[in-house]
Design a protein around this ligand. Structure first.
Ligand code: KG4
Ligand code: ZN
Length: 334
């Protein structure tokens, strides 16, 4: 069978990225240009600045990716691009680049949902095995998804308010750590002690999540301690907060695996880089004989390799977009 090379493009938030993946599983070359250092100054991603930075970077990132792969556009079989969800101005830059390349080089254009990309980041570690349950935990999403084959996504539940990554970043702000707070809180938690009492959010039998109450509880705790003139032990607060997050994510996911009688678990999204979450899932999966795959740390957060991998299966299923493709800031995973 002829090898299929997919060029992936990702620009939904603050990373400009291109990647070439062979046959859905073999990464040939990936380039990621992160804007974190710019947005750090504002405590979060500024959409207008993000789209301008994408425009500035996009052609250089493409050139570097082709160079790294030692390939030309002629050797690419199809172009897969994140069309949504995400920041509309940021998405627009990637989508326009994809349409231009598809038109210029006469290549099929394949639209990819950002979350399916996060799921297929695991496919670059190990070919997905079905049926599986995916716990999607990122800056914008917290969802449990059941899949019995490629591109069959059944949502079991999701967050009713904040996403878990958003909650990490907001907690980071109240304890004065740089954006994004997630990875820093994770590090702090590894040396802290669980000493602060925080509520376990939406501690029920559903597959839904809620993180805004937990976020408010942390904010109130910090304000109250400050008013009393007490110092916050940041590492201890990070550990206390992370323990609650780990507890609710693992409980609901393990429950779903049991109820659906599924033996394969994958984690997806930026928060899947979290050491505390990985360690607890590893322990529980080994105890319950569940096969687990986590995305590599570098491809847990946004990148185009995951888009190219997901794009390969969308391409094989005949999914195509034409030059009228428009980005969508929100869209159901399907
Ligand atoms: O998937 P991603 O790159 O962007 C979205 O699609 O949202 O995820 C970014 C999120 C941020 O909220 C960041 O704080 C979080 O992932 N994150 C982490 C860790 N690494 C990244 N959260 C907790 N622990 C980490 N180690
Ligand atoms: Zn993402």
């Amino acid at each position: 069978m002829k090898d299929i090379y997919i060029l992936g493009i990702e620009s939904s938030c603050d990373e400009t990225s291109f990647s070439i993946v062979k046959n859905g599983t073999e990464e040939i070359a990936t380039v990621i240009s992160s804007q974190i250092d710019i947005h750090k100054n504002y405590g979060g991603v500024v959409p207008e600045i993000a789209s301008r930075a994408h425009i500035k970077n996009i052609t250089f990132v493409l050139e570097e990716c082709l160079e790294k792969a030692n390939m030309t556009m002629e050797e690419i079989d199809a172009i897969a691009v994140t069309y949504g969800p995400g920041l509309i101005g940021s998405l627009l830059v990637g989508v326009e680049a994809a349409k231009t390349l598809a038109y210029l080089y006469n290549k099929p254009l394949v639209p990819v949902h950002h979350i399916s990309g996060h799921i297929y980041a695991n496919n670059l570690v190990k070919r997905l095995e079905f049926p599986l349950i995916a716990l999607v935990i990122s800056g914008g999403h917290t969802e449990l998804i059941y899949m019995d084959k490629d591109y069959s996504f059944k949502k079991l539940g999701g967050t009713l308010d904040d996403a878990v990554g958003e909650c990490y970043d907001k907690v980071g702000r109240v304890i004065d750590v740089e954006y994004p707070g997630g990875p820093i809180i994770d590090k702090m938690a590894s040396i802290g002690k669980h000493t602060y009492d925080l509520p376990i959010p939406l501690n029920d039998d559903s597959y839904n999540f809620s993180f805004s109450g937990l976020k408010s509880a942390v904010i109130n705790l910090v304000h109250n301690e400050k008013q009393r003139g007490n110092n916050i032990r940041k590492e201890d607060l990070a550990k206390s907060f992370q323990d609650v997050v780990v507890d609710v994510l693992t409980k609901k996911t393990m429950h779903a695996l049991k109820e659906y009688n599924v033996k394969n678990l994958i984690l997806a999204g930026g928060v899947a880089a979290n050491k505390g979450i990985r360690n607890k899932f590893q322990e529980l999966c080994e105890e319950n004989k569940i096969n687990y795959t986590f995305p590599s740390i570098k491809y847990a957060t946004d990148n185009a390799a995951m888009i190219a991998s997901s794009g390969y299966y969308a391409f094989k299923l005949g999914r195509r977009a034409d030059l009228t493709l428009n980005p969508l800031s929100t869209d159901e995973l399907k």
